[in-house]
Design a binder for this molecule. Structure first.
Ligand code: SAH
Ligand code: SF4
Ligand code: F3S
Length: 468
């Protein structure tokens, strides 16, 4: 979907650059130019990439996944853990050879990793074949950067962060036709001591509720059946704004849009998760029965050091309140193992919390020091090997819980959105309003349909049969 008009001068200027790129590219190439967007990191980055793709299409590019065919290649990067950064360096190193094969290739690096000055400097020095590097708050200027580089400008480095206005109506080319991301806010103000995100994404900024509703309505009209609202901390949506619309109120308004579709959201920060929000999930039938509520650590001492602003007791009360209100709620969480100074006693508190809550699934990470964050200079005496052993212990515990959770779903019937092909001929697959994936007999005519499916067995995925 592409918004044909624009309501601000910044975007108008960029769309003018896009047109100039289009005129110039077609002339010089004699073929339709191809662009390849490679995305690392979280859903926010996936959504940003969909906007980069929207801009690239405005510029006359067609999209490809094949780096060897591309005339423009861009890496949208993630900085959240060292492993994410290592993968990016490995990938951008390959551009050297690609440029040998296609000297007209333009290569760019953007996103959270590129936003860090140390990284931009390293690319400047050690990766001379990267033409354009830009940060998270200027990605709408891609047409300008490409145009300037095509006109022979020196390499471009633009890391400006002004935490200013949100640029609305940037063209977007979504990857899916049924499931779509919808950003409602950008940035983060929480400064959890281990986390790089507030530094690379800037201060929290909420979109205008009317703009969000307009986009949600357009998505529903275009056939989207599963819309995920995105923000680093969606529960603080609207804070500091004059419109007075809370996240719960925003959900209610989206829920009122006509049609059968699902609303998901992520991520919720426990400190801002209100009973009003839980009641809203309970009352609004289009909101998925899923709460991703990262707790990071079960130890109050570590939670304090992490600057998370809630304690174990408060978290458990929140879980109790949500389970009471919302039957069949799928609960998921993020956990960091081996935060600086964490002892095995602290870690046992994490294990016991996992044991108590019985999450549907967990995203678990070994702590990775991020330069510039407070935790990176805290004493960290526990070895990587020992942290790895704790990590494995946590995985084993969760495996047992997950298999119990699986058993609990057998024989039950759920409303399932058929959103993909299954693992074999004659099978289709879909999601419940929680997080479960179910396979059932059918063909592509079911794509986009909501069906009542009874879960009959589990073999790596749930198997079921349609009962309506
Ligand atoms: N805004 C979201 C998630 C941000 S990053 C939230 O607050 O929940 C996703 C997850 O990565 C975090 O929840 C955390 O578990 C993990 N993470 C962030 N920084 C990390 C680090 N330095 N080392 C290991 N894991 C980290
Ligand atoms: Fe990082 Fe904390 Fe913000 Fe999440 S809430 S993005 S973990 S600083
Ligand atoms: Fe990574 Fe940036 Fe997301 S650091 S996790 S891509 S906000």
């Amino acid at each position: 979907m592409s918004f044909g008009h624009c309501d601000n001068a910044v975007l108008t200027e960029q769309l003018t650059f896009a047109k100039r790129v289009k005129d110039r590219l077609y002339k010089s190439f004699g073929h339709i130019p191809l662009a390849c967007v490679i995305t690392f990191g979280c859903q926010q980055n996936v959504s940003d990439s969909e906007h980069l793709k929207g801009l690239l299409c405005e510029m006359g590019y067609s999209l490809t996944d094949d780096t060897e065919k591309a005339d423009f290649i861009i890496f949208n990067t993630c900085a959240v853990r060292e492993h994410a950064e290592d993968r990016v360096y490995g990938n951008i190193g390959r551009v050297k050879q690609l440029k040998k094969d296609n000297p007209a290739l333009i290569a760019a690096v953007c996103g959270c990793m590129a936003q860090q000055e140390t990284v931009a400097e390293k690319i400047k020095k050690s990766y001379p074949y990267i033409d354009i590097v830009f940060g998270t708050q200027v990605s709408h200027r891609l047409p300008e950067f490409i145009y300037k580089r095509l006109c022979g400008s020196p390499r471009i480095f633009e890391l400006k962060q002004d935490n200013g206005d949100i640029i609305e109506n940037v063209p977007v080319k979504r990857d899916g036709k049924l499931k779509g991301w919808l950003p409602i806010m950008y940035g983060c103000n929480n400064f959890c001591t281990y986390c790089i995100v507030p530094y690379v994404r800037g201060r929290e900024r909420s979109r205008d509720p009317e703009k969000i509703l307009e986009e949600a309505r357009a998505m529903v009209a275009a056939g989207y059946k599963d819309i995920t609202l995105l923000g680093q901390n969606v529960n603080s949506y609207g804070k500091g704004c004059t419109h007075g619309v809370t996240f719960a109120e925003l959900l209610r308004r989206i829920n009122d849009i006509e049609g059968e579709f699902r609303i998901r959201f992520m991520t919720s920060h426990p400190k801002d998760c209100t009973v009003e929000l839980l009641d809203t999930i309970r009352d609004c039938k289009k909101i998925s029965r899923h709460l991703h509520l990262p707790f990071q650590s079960g130890s109050d001492r570590i939670l304090k050091l992490m600057n998370r602003h809630y304690d174990r007791k408060g978290y458990l009360e929140l879980i109790k309140a949500s389970k009471e209100r919302i039957p069949d709620l799928a609960l998921t969480s993020d956990i960091i193992v081996g935060f600086p100074g964490e002892t095995y006693e602290d870690f046992k508190e994490t294990l016991s919390l996992v044991e108590q809550v019985r999450f549907t699934s967990l995203f678990t990470f070994i702590y990775s020091p991020r330069g510039g964050t407070p935790a990176a200079i805290m004493e960290d005496p526990v070895s990587r090997k020992e942290k790895g052993e704790w990590f494995d212990e946590l995985l084993r515990l969760q495996e047992g819980i997950a298999s119990e959770n699986i058993k609990a779903l057998l024989g039950k019937t759920f409303r399932v959105l058929c959103d993909d092909f299954g693992s074999a001929e004659g099978l289709m697959s879909g999601h419940t309003a929680g997080t479960a994936v179910v396979e059932f007999e059918g063909d592509s005519s079911l794509l986009g349909e909501f069906l009542d499916v009874e879960i009959t067995s589990y073999e790596n995925v749930f198997k079921g049969k349609i009962i309506n």
